[in-house]
Design a protein around this ligand. Structure first.
Ligand SMILES: *Cc1c(COP(=O)(O)O)cnc(C)c1O
Length: 353
């Protein structure tokens, strides 16, 4: 199966499994797991923060950030496509009593002016804005990357308004490679940063929250409240450390594969959301062709995509997708599209197959 649904579908490689099996471990709730401690040290260093904390998921890292920066009744400002806004099962409201309000954005990226126009004055009718939230790379935005300068301006505007800024960097590793800017430069504009080891880096489990020592000390108590205190978690941290050391340097391959996939899809008559692919996420449409039918046809031939709308798909490259897999996907896509004989696309497809 060529599984392009998500970069979360990767499985630990033999080298990663060896690192997990051989990990030195201890009770991490006592702070005694050397492998977790090493992962937290390296993550804090890469992000230029005082401290980092290993957590089971990106959602928990994000929700700890919401909890740390807000009080019940506060408001969080982000774009409407953000993971925290729509894909965390309402956790900001359920766990921290926080509502979200949307800042207008393009492909998930907003400007300091957009933010300032969204912040409302103190008024008895208004939930007090407390936290600005930036996602980089932006998933719904098609893997888009925030320009560092835009982020710096948004951060200055947020702080000028007395708001904290959290960076959801589930795929910050991809943003850094695409922009040619170290992770810590993006992170320097944020009070807290979440990162995932379980997406493009290929670890089976795990994320981290990074920030000041004080915030992370309090965060460890909130993590315990949520049931995220893990014991011999070094088994998992070893996979994340392996991923940082061995898989982070190869992320550019995923971006090259995503670009090749997008170019091939355009030749088959598909339209790429936003016109371009910045990292490892390809969101595209097949105008006039039913996505469910295409998806079913592809599945029969061993290719899996995520259907995101009546004519819309998401494909994500990752360390288990090779350039050959991309070529196979395109060939199969051409055959499936031709077999469905869509009115609007048949000529382009016929020419390309
Ligand atoms: C995947 C993801 C998360 C959450 O990660 P989980 O580990 O699945 O909880 C948060 N933010 C973004 C942008 C993501 O893509």
């Amino acid at each position: 199966m060529i599984d392009l649904r998500s970069d979360t579908v990767t499985k630990p490689t033999p080298g990663m499994r060896r690192a997990m099996a051989e990990a030195e471990v201890g009770d991490d709730v006592f702070g005694e797991d050397p492998t977790v401690n090493e992962l937290e040290r390296l993550t804090a260093e890469l992000l230029g923060k005082e401290a980092a904390m290993f957590v089971p998921s990106g959602t928990m890292a994000n929700q700890l950030a919401v909890r740390l920066h807000t009080r019940i009744g506060d408001e969080l400002l982000t774009d409407a496509g953000a993971h925290v806004y729509g894909k965390e099962a309402g956790a900001a409201a359920a766990l921290s009593g926080v509502s979200c309000r949307a800042v207008p954005a393009k492909r998930g990226i907003f400007t300091a002016d957009d933010l300032v126009a969204t912040v409302r004055p103190a008024d008895v009718h208004h939930a007090p804005a407390r936290l600005v939230w930036v996602e980089n790379t932006h998933n719904v935005g098609g893997g888009s990357v925030w320009p560092v300068e835009t982020l710096a301006k948004v951060s200055r505007a947020a702080h000028d308004c007395g708001l904290a800024l959290h960076l959801d960097g589930a795929r910050l590793w991809n943003a850094a490679v695409a922009a040619g800017v170290p992770e810590r430069e993006f992170a320097s504009h944020a009070d807290t940063v979440s990162v995932c080891y379980s997406k493009g880096l290929g670890a089976p489990v795990g994320s981290a929250l990074a920030g000041s020592k004080d915030l992370i000390v309090t965060g460890r108590r909130f993590r315990k409240q949520l049931g995220g205190g893990m014991r011999q978690a070094g088994i998992l941290a070893a996979a994340a450390l392996y991923a940082l050391r061995h898989n982070r340097p190869r992320i550019s391959e995923d971006h090259a594969n995503a670009k090749a996939l997008a170019e091939g899809l355009v030749e088959l008559g598909a339209e790429i959301d936003g016109g371009t692919v910045a990292t490892n996420i390809v969101r595209f449409r097949t105008p006039g062709v039913d996505a469910a039918g295409v998806s079913a046809g592809l599945r029969k031939q061993g290719v899996a995509l995520m259907v995101t709308g009546p004519n819309a798909f998401r494909a994500v490259t990752h360390l288990m997708i090779s350039a050959t897999d991309v070529a196979t996907t395109l060939r199969t896509m051409g055959e499936v599209l031709q077999s469905l004989r869509p009115a609007g696309m048949s000529r382009a497809v016929a020419a390309a197959v």
